[in-house]
Design a protein around this ligand. Structure first.
Ligand SMILES: O=C(O)[C@H](O)CO
Length: 314
């Protein structure tokens, strides 16, 4: 956590006279967490460690409220909270714009061959002007398919307007009223895969979406398609994606999320010239992280005072 964020949280907590136990490790192990949380009143969760009965037991009976500093909830056993009637908060909405920016960033970077371009400069392969040199695909007049049309997906659609795309398609469980307002068409997933030049994943990770992008889904996409994932790595069968990128089943990919995280430095994904990677930093701007941290802290204070949470999970 940067100093800006830490300061923000400390201000909020000091107002409520909380005693803070701060875990400054960037990647604490599960055991590190368990060792530190016995007897706490509240948990400010900024980890993708599973938040379940084991953690709640380790915290103990004083625990009054938990707030996760994430919009995604796939690491949380929500039923465990319901059973124990422990209020649980998360941070939807505040990070939509920052994450949507990264979706567009990755779409452009992958379609315009950013990684390959840099390799060319670094390795001295840039020999001058060439009419066929490192040609990419255009976003203007393209069809963009958004899988998962919640707050982030809709914010991506708003941003795409500026690029004068021809069509925005989306798929999901149901048609959304916001779709019409944004000029986006609700279509079955197969149609979206077949017709999209860019496929952007912004769906939550659930049993249903796990591995939904696999050999069969990539085979339905255009050979020129650019695939972007800013949601969760496990939505994609990563070996199938690697095959698709190597065999030319699709043109390129841009990923902010992958499996595992952190990605080992000798991972095959890093060797693919047509794959742009970011280390799961979709919401990582100074302002957004401060806002997300503040919302998390406010939820904790409210929960501790038995007041309704600003953004409850259930
Ligand atoms: O779920 C979230 O909030 C994002 O992935 C950032 O961690």
């Amino acid at each position: 956590m940067n100093n800006y964020t830490t300061k923000n949280i400390i201000i909020l907590f000091s107002v409520s006279r909380f005693e803070l136990i701060i875990n400054n490790q960037s990647n604490p192990t599960r055991q590190d967490i368990i060792d530190k949380i016995a007897g706490v009143d509240a948990l400010f969760w900024y980890s993708y460690e599973r938040l379940d009965d084991e953690i709640l037991d380790a915290a103990g009976s004083r625990l009054k409220v938990v707030a996760t500093m994430t919009a995604g909830l796939n690491h949380i056993d929500i039923d465990a909270f319901k059973r124990r009637k422990i209020p649980l908060a998360y941070t939807p909405t505040v990070l939509n714009k920052a994450v949507a920016d990264v979706a567009v960033l990755l779409a452009l970077a992958a379609s315009r061959r950013l990684r390959e371009s840099r390799i060319h400069i670094e390795k001295g392969l840039w020999s001058g002007f060439g009419v066929q040199y490192l040609l990419g695909t255009d976003i203007e007049n393209s069809t963009v398919g958004i899988v998962g049309f919640g707050g982030i997906g809709q914010t991506v659609a708003k941003r795409l307007k500026a690029f004068e795309v021809a069509r925005i398609l989306y798929s999901g469980h149901r048609e959304k009223p916001e779709g019409k307002q944004l000029g986006a068409e609700f279509v079955p997933l197969d149609t979206l895969l077949r017709e999209s030049d860019f496929v952007i994943v912004s769906a939550p990770l659930t049993d249903e979406t796990k591995n939904m992008f696999n050999d069969s889904t990539f085979a339905k996409m255009k050979l020129t398609a650019v695939f972007v994932n800013i949601a969760r790595g496990a939505i994609v069968d990563q070996d199938a994606l690697i095959r698709a990128l190597k065999n030319g089943t699709i043109f390129a990919a841009g990923l902010d999320v992958m499996v595992p995280e952190p990605l080992p430095i000798d991972h095959e994904l890093l060797e693919l010239p047509n794959c742009v990677l970011m280390p799961h930093i979709g919401c990582a701007t100074f302002k957004t992280v401060a806002a997300v941290a503040e919302l998390t802290a406010r939820n904790i204070i409210l929960g501790y005072e038995n007041k309704p949470l600003l953004t409850p999970v259930y």
